[in-house]
Design a protein around this ligand. Sequence first.
Ligand code: WTA
Length: 568
Amino acid sequence: MSNIGDYKERLAHSDWSEVHEELDYRPEGILNIGWHCSDRICRQGKGDKLALLWENVCGHEKRYTFNELRLASNTIGAHLRKLGIRDEDRVCLFMDRIPELYIGFLGILKIGAVAQPLFSAFGDESLFVRLDNAGTRAILTQRKHVGKVRKILDRLPQLEHIIIVDHDGKKALEDRESVFNLAEAETVDAFDIFPTRAESPSVLHYTSGTTGQPKGVQHVHYSLISQYLTTKWVLDLQENDIYWCTADPGWVTGTSYGIIGPWSLGITQCVLDAGFSAEAWYRFIDKHSISMWYSAPTAIRSLMKAGEEVVKRADLSSLRHLASVGEPLNAEAVIWSERVLGKPFLDTYWQTETGSIMITNLPGMPIKPGSMGKCFPGIQGAVLNAKTFEPITEPGIVGLIGFRPGWPAMMRGYWKNEKVYQEKFRNGWYLPGDRAKLDAEGYFWFVGRDDDVINTGGHLISPFEVESALLEYEAVAESAVVAKPDEVNMEVVKAYVLLKDGYLANQDTELEIMNFIRKKLSPLAMPQEIEFVGSLPKTRSGKIMRRILHAREWGEEIGDTSTLEDDE
Ligand code: WTA
């Protein structure tokens, strides 16, 4: 029996305040995600239950019970407090998927500070713009990543503390650096958790848009209400489940459903701190008897590519329920998983700004492979006419996805960017920037993004960020970055480059450019191809028209370019 029970009934009557009671939350009272994910679970008598089962690429394991999670997050919180970190200060987590990342996240929230997780593969420039924008006061990192912080330190006067969580004493510490070793720190049992309220800031995730620098998406502790209920009903986590979310907490899936969702429900979760390998992934499921698995389309397509022989070498019978997020989940992937893994992946749609699942297939609901499903109970969503922003009622017509604001996990703003935040709303609807159509039964079918953001393997890449890195290279005069089709990642990054006079358009130049930008960007944002061109299509006022290049890559009609000549 699924947690949601009769999904039709739930779709008809939904009320977030029911969750308040379940979470012992009284409006205006104290609400702290860090406390909910550890202390509260211990109070329910589950202190000895396994919270985290961590494994790295060598098969080395670490285990933490909910009580150990409570103590360890207290200990990190107390250490930060001792350094002078206060409520609302931004504290960055810049680490691989090691236990300190998950525990540190709760510790930061427990002192009322704002957790700013950043993907550890970011290069120094990507790291800089996000720390600079957030005015980050402290960063928790590993010795393998500290070199990147050192490079940008001069430009970050507000960054007071660089805390290395795995220092081995071999290399001398530099300016502003200190060591915190969880295993050696004095455990803090009694801890005054900061009395955050529903609207206190909690997490600041950075996401890429088409123009401008990445935006800090500001979430609050009240997001817990949505994250808890969507985890319970969509991911259907139940008391004895062993859960695995493959997302990195540098991205929103890794925090909303890789930390907050499962732990607020007191569920055991596994973390594999290793890259993708079909064999290792199947072995991981087999070894730990994983029953609920939340992953992403690119990973699923990679598993499909790896073939069925490798599936047979592992026992996957523990799998009870599967779900996917981050990019379009093609119908073939759903059909394949049902045939080969015995369960279909349920597609879920949401984004950093929405904080929690918005459109989804619910347990029990008939699946239409290729469709994202319906709005989660309590979410009012529509497909809107792109000019009038009124809902389109006929099925099959493509329009913009829109949601009525007001669900608990909705972002409360873009950090220091009120203007762009306001632009996300039209006619009372929040616009996530995606296009879709509805069918006669109210199922949503994803069509594409409504902007130039590139979604490569579930990671959003701003063409602007890649173009800026390219323009810093001496040989580059102009550049335009667009998505090009790819079998596994759906989209990859392609750069068009116009060289300055005197530079040769050859492989050596391409290699030099790649080497230059590699240090600045994350590997995900690296162009898979650079094409040198003699000119780039532009509007009359000189704005590069990425849309024309995009259409060329995808073999689409460019349409009437005279209408594109003017700036929008
Ligand atoms: C895309 C990830 C198609 C979409 C949680 C969205 C999807 C962006 C789906 C958010 C899906 C997410 N089908 N596209 N099921 N889920 N997307 O902020 O364009 O990293 O706006 O959040 O990914 O990406 P973000």
